[in-house]
Design a binder for this molecule. Structure first.
Ligand SMILES: [Fe+2]
Length: 320
């Protein structure tokens, strides 16, 4: 039995084959995705499987949103899968290249990791009912270049920053979304235009445990936030600086974060920027604005976001 087997996956959940079968039997029926290019039928790998009903090269279907879909329930494990899992907005979805009749397989250890990732990302549409007032407050205050001390990783020049505005409205709307009292470390607006410094692939770990990005602009081209896996280390979250130094990967990671070399980074998620949509995520995750370049040439055309780095507060007064 290799570590990647179905049995190993079941064991990692603290179950054995029988209790797994029982858990699956008592689970609610999976959702059916209308028009999906697959069917569920008996598999030679294990129980039921998911089989392509036509040739597909790209999007196959939804694995999980709040609930599991058939693809999530029935796709069998393979150590050499023909499909892989990705985040799209608030959904876990599957991409792959499969021929009609072929069984669609996934690597369960990656599925497990991606389920955790999806659960640490929250997408809230119609985030703030006074968003126009917020945007007006940011534009009235204006944007300029911020020159902080360069930290261990990062830049010493941030263009298009605005610090003044109706930040209280963001906090008021994050609280019901996350279901906790929150305490912010920072709050700002940022407009990015063509020609400004390109985004790094980075983590917000040093800024707080959670990040909220609210998208305040609309564009014809797709824009948003992308999440990444660092291919050489397999990491999807940035360890602390101390941990990276101890692991001997600090210099390598720093170089790769700045280079954004596609050979070093696999994009594992994308949340589309939509007017008045907020993305709230676990801050250590590797991410970057998408596209890396800004948009338009002035404040009106630019990619405008409203950001807070924050902690949640538990019942004992501890930040987490
Ligand atoms: Fe960030």
């Amino acid at each position: 039995m290799d570590d990647n087997s179905y049995e190993a996956f079941v064991e990692s959940l603290g179950l054995d084959g029988d209790s797994m079968e029982a858990a699956l039997k008592s689970a609610p029926e999976p959702l059916v995705e209308e028009g999906a290019p697959y069917e569920v039928k008996p598999s030679e790998i294990h129980g039921k499987g998911v089989f392509a009903t036509k040739d597909v090269d790209g999007y196959i279907g939804i694995l999980k949103r709040d609930e599991w879909y058939e693809l999530g329930r029935y796709a069998n494990h393979s150590a050499t899968p023909n499909a892989k899992v990705n985040i799209l907005n608030d959904k876990l979805v599957v991409y792959g290249k499969v021929k009609a009749g072929e069984e669609i397989t996934l690597d369960y250890s990656l599925v497990k990791e991606m389920v955790e990732l999806q659960e640490s990302i929250l997408v809230v549409d119609d985030f703030c009912d006074q968003i126009e007032m917020v945007i007006a407050s940011a534009k009235a205050a204006g944007f300029s270049t911020w020159r902080p001390n360069k930290g261990e990783v990062g830049t010493s020049v941030y263009d298009g920053m605005g610090f003044w505005g109706h930040h209280a409205l963001m906090l008021r709307n994050i609280i019901p979304a996350v279901g906790d009292v929150i305490l912010p470390n920072s709050m700002f607006f940022r407009v990015t235009n063509e020609g400004m410094e390109k985004a790094y692939i980075h983590s917000d770990r040093e800024s707080g445990n959670w990040t909220c990005v609210a998208y305040l602009s609309e564009h014809e081209q797709p824009y948003g936030t992308a999440f990444y896996r660092h291919k050489p280390t397999g990491l999807i979250e940035m360890p602390t600086f101390a941990e990276m130094k101890e692991m001997g990967i600090f210099e390598e990671l720093k170089e790769d974060m700045v280079s954004r070399d596609p050979e070093k980074w696999e994009q594992i998620g994308y949340v589309e920027g939509k007017y008045n949509r907020a993305l709230i995520f676990y801050a250590p995750l590797f991410h970057s604005r998408y596209p890396l370049e800004g948009i338009g040439t002035n404040e009106e055309e630019g990619r405008l976001v409203w950001v807070s780095h924050f902690f949640k507060l538990d019942g004992y007064g501890r930040l987490y």
